[in-house]
Design a protein around this ligand. Structure first.
Ligand SMILES: Cc1ncc(COP(=O)(O)O)c(C=O)c1O
Length: 312
C-alpha cells in the first residue's frame, strides 16, 4: 500500500482503505502488490533475499495481469502516509527497475514526500541509484510553503506525449511563475546551505535518538526512515508486532499530546488504514543537533502522558 493523492486516478492507485473505500463505486481499482514490510513479516530487510521476495511479487502480478495490459508501476521509494517511512529492503528498488524493464512497464517514483533532499539526496531513490521513467515531486520542493508540484519524465516520454498532440488538460495554476520562482529559490538555498548533508547527518542522529526511546517505551515496536524522514510505530507486543487496540486511537492521542508540548508529528494508521499507529517525525532540513534533543524531550513528555492516560 501507498498513498498517491485524492483524484480518482491517484486514489485508484492508493492503498489506504478509509480514504479509498467511499469512492469505490466511482473508480476502477488498480492492481496492487503488498508493501515490502519486512519488519511485520519477520524478515531481515538487509538480506538481499528479502528484497527479491517482495520485488518478485511485482513480476508475479504483471504476469497474472498480462504484461501487455500493464502500463506502469508506481512506488514511493520511502513510504509516506500508508506505511510511515517504510524503507525498501536490500536490492528491492534495483530489482523493481529490472522487472519493469523486462516487461516494458514504466516505473514511476512518487517522491512527493521523500523527494526534495531530506534523505540526503534530492530524490530518495538516488540512495539506491535507481532512475525512474517518471517522478512526481512536491512538498519539500516548495519548502513546504509554496504550493508547487512537478512531474518529471524522461525525454522520450515527453516527446511521445507531444507527438500525440501534447497533454490536452490544463490547470488553473499550472506553470505558475511565482510558485516556480519560489521552487528555484528553494533549490538554490538547499545547495547554498548544503542542507542535504545536514539532513542526512542530523537526521541520522534523530533516528538514533528515536531508536534509543525503544528502551524506555516497550510500545515502540519499530523505528525506521532516513535522514530527516523518520517514523516510529506503536505496538501492543513487540515480539508479535500486534497493533495497539484500534479504539485506543493512539494515532490521534499522541499527536494531540505532542501538540500540547509544541511538537508537530504526523500520524496515520499502519495496517490498511484501520488499525496500527505510526508517527512520522520530519523536521526541517536545517534542524540542528540541539533541536533534535528538544524534539526528543518534547516527544518523551508526550509519550509519558499518552501512556499514563491510556493506562499503558
Ligand atoms: C506520497 C504522496 N503522493 C502524492 C500525494 C498527493 O499530492 P497532492 O496532495 O499534492 O495531490 C501525497 C500527499 O498529499 C503524498 O504524500
Amino acid at each position: 500500500p501507498a498513498y498517491h493523492g485524492c483524484t480518482l486516478g491517484a486514489l485508484a492507485l492508493t492503498g489506504y482503505a478509509p480514504m479509498t473505500a467511499p469512492f469505490d463505486p466511482m473508480m476502477r481499482q488498480m492492481p496492487k502488490i503488498p508493501a515490502p514490510r519486512a519488519y511485520l513479516d519477520g524478515l531481515d530487510p538487509t538480506d538481499p533475499d528479502t528484497g527479491r521476495h517482495y520485488a518478485d511479487m511485482l513480476e508475479e502480478r504483471i504476469l497474472q495481469e498480462g504484461p501487455e495490459t500493464v502500463l506502469a508501476f508506481i512506488v514511493e521509494p520511502i513510504g509516506g502516509a500508508s506505511t510511515g517511512c517504510l524503507m525498501p529492503p536490500e536490492g528491492y528498488m534495483q530489482r523493481i527497475r529490472e522487472i519493469c524493464d523486462r516487461y516494458n512497464v514504466l516505473l514511476i517514483h512518487d517522491e512527493v514526500i521523500s523527494g526534495g533532499g531530506r534523505t540526503g539526496t534530492f530524490f530518495a531513490a538516488d540512495n539506491w541509484g535507481t532512475v525512474p521513467d517518471i517522478a512526481a515531486l512536491s512538498k519539500g520542493f516548495g519548502a513546504g510553503y509554496m504550493p508547487l508540484g512537478a512531474v518529471i519524465a524522461q525525454e522520450r516520454i515527453v516527446e511521445a506525449v507531444l507527438g500525440h498532440g501534447g497533454f490536452i488538460h490544463g490547470f488553473t495554476y499550472a506553470g505558475n511563475p511565482l510558485a516556480c520562482a519560489a521552487g528555484l529559490a528553494v533549490i538554490e538555498e538547499i545547495e547554498r546551505q548544503d542542507m542535504m548533508a545536514n539532513a542526512l547527518d542530523v537526521g541520522t542522529q534523530l533516528g538514533h535518538r528515536l531508536r534509543a526511546l525503544m528502551n524506555r517505551y516497550p510500545i515502540i515496536g519499530d523505528v525506521r526512515g532516513m535522514g530527516m524522514l523518520q517514523a516510529f510505530e506503536l505496538v501492543a507486543d513487540r515480539s508479535t508486532m500486534a497493533p495497539l487496540p484500534k479504539d485506543l486511537n493512539a494515532h490521534d492521542r499522541l499527536v494531540e499530546a505532542a501538540y500540547d508540548e509544541g511538537l508537530i508529528i504526523y500520524s496515520r494508521r499502519t495496517r490498511g488504514g484501520y488499525s496500527g499507529d505510526h508517527f512520522i517525525v520530519a523536521p526541517p532540513m536545517i534542524t540542528t543537533t540541539q533541536q533534535v534533543e528538544e524534539i526528543i524531550e518534547k516527544l518523551t513528555r508526550a509519550l509519558d502522558r499518552f501512556c499514563e492516560d491510556a493506562g499503558l
